[in-house]
Ligand binder design. Structure first.
Ligand code: ZN
Length: 437
């Protein structure tokens, strides 16, 4: 693998405590997929030998964004059903069309999501869905880093098939593409996975030493039904079953009691906060301030493109920073650096990816470059404020994952965008015809 030096750059470096330092004019050396140096000034002539030099004078370099929750192929269902309550949206619109999805849909839908994610600076994405072989294949081709799970549903006779599919996915893809692909377990939610099935999944997770991701406490309605059935909260239910003793990533966590927050903190559960999806589906606003105060690690996620409806992590950073300010009438809450930290280092942490989210020797070279000359970044009084409060994904011009360039000067290098948009449209047209017949 070649050595790459990104020079003349402004570099935003995360510190251990979640703050950021800035190198005004410096360079990054990337070798074998890993950052070997981040320094001020210019590289020595000897360092430049046999290196590919990338002039980054117009760029702010920072760690790539980590999307901690999503369903990539749902880009095909973007704007298919909007402005409906979650359960009605799922039961009447999403689940019927999802039942018709084929391998081809998973493939083109995932690639379409990757075009959008790379273009807006996401370097790692999380997926819990179906057709995961095709998702892994798309990750292999795009060069993105992926944390993927076969969705596990216990209310169907397919429930054991889903576990077999997970096993196959692990055998074929765990650690594939130089470690870019990670497979974890994906029990969909407490309301779709009865206790016995969850116990099987916990056992599987122990035997294979795998973390889990699960939707948790997303709507008030879910809590009401859960209370009638189990006389506790979904969080307490998972703790009682022993699931929280495993490494867990919980998505949403919108409706939490103070006891729930304590349980999540004590069990070191990582939370994926999805403000855009929660707002759009009318689920509510997650207690971000309380979760962070309790010491819970929180990353950001877009959720699927059918409930957001885009995959732009800049929008999630902005929402995560703005919502608590309005909700608690306190503009000091979630300052911009914290929002960036959630979208990078903390997000990587809750995805069990220790060597991500930092600009530091020995860490993975997952880096993005943001266009300093964008009107949205001018003037540049504060880089972190501009990134959170005014930039959008469209300001990202360079994306590197594992030392490989996926986008440079705004051009996608690993994916054929026109072909992917064409094939995604063609396959979704066919899908809609199938549902309407
Ligand atoms: Zn979801």
């Amino acid at each position: 693998m070649e050595k790459t030096i990104l020079d003349n750059a402004t570099i935003l470096c995360p510190e251990e405590n979640g703050s950021f330092s800035v190198i005004d004019r410096g360079f990054l050396v990337v070798e074998e997929g890993v950052i070997s140096e981040a320094s001020e000034g210019e590289p020595d002539p000897s360092q430049q030998e046999k290196a590919r030099m990338v002039d980054s004078s117009n760029l702010i370099l920072m760690p790539g964004l980590v999307n901690t929750h999503g369903h990539a192929a749902m880009t095909l269902l973007r704007s298919y059903a909007d402005d409906l309550p979650l359960m009605q949206w799922l039961q009447e619109k999403i689940w019927p069309i999802e039942s018709k999805l084929s391998e081809e849909h998973f493939y083109w839908g995932t690639l379409l999501s990757m075009v959008e994610m790379i273009r807006s600076g996401t370097t790692t994405f999380t997926d819990m869905y179906f057709g995961m072989e095709r998702v892994a294949q798309a990750a292999q081709e795009s060069g993105m880093r992926a944390v993927i799970s076969q969705g596990l549903f216990g209310l169907t006779e397919m429930k054991h098939q889903f576990l077999n599919d997970t096993e196959e996915l692990i055998n074929r893809w765990q650690g594939a593409c130089s470690g870019r692909i990670t497979v974890i377990l994906g029990p969909h939610a407490p309301y779709t996975c009865p206790p016995d099935y969850l116990k099987e999944i916990i056992k599987f997770s122990q035997d294979k030493d795998l973390p889990l991701q699960i939707h948790l406490s997303e709507t008030r309605d879910e809590l009401k039904k859960h209370k009638i059935e189990h006389d506790n909260t979904p969080v307490q239910h998972l703790e009682k079953l022993g699931l929280l003793e495993r490494p867990v990533l919980a998505a949403h966590c919108v409706h939490l009691s103070s006891e729930d927050i304590k349980i999540l903190a004590e069990n070191n559960v990582g939370v994926s906060h999805n403000p855009g999806s929660n707002l759009k589906l009318g689920c509510g606003i997650a207690p971000l301030k309380d979760m962070l105060q309790a010491g819970i690690k929180v990353g950001l996620g877009t959720d699927g493109a059918s409930s957001n409806n885009n995959l732009d992590m800049f929008e999630e950073m902005r929402l995560a920073a703005l919502l608590p300010k309005g909700l608690h009438e306190d503009p000091t809450l979630i300052p911009a650096p914290l929002a960036i930290d959630m979208a990078t280092r903390m997000g990587a942490d809750i995805l069990f990816q220790e060597k991500l989210g930092k600009i530091k020797a020995g860490h993975k070279a997952d880096i993005i470059g943001i266009d300093k000359s964008s009107p949205r970044l001018t003037p540049l009084h504060s880089i972190t404020s501009n990134l959170v409060y005014s930039a959008t994904g469209a300001d990202v011009k360079l994306v590197m994952v594992d030392g490989n360039m996926l986008m440079e000067k705004g051009e996608l290098l690993t994916l054929d965008e026109e072909k992917i948009k064409f094939e995604a449209q063609r396959s979704v047209d066919q899908l809609v015809r199938l549902v309407n017949d």
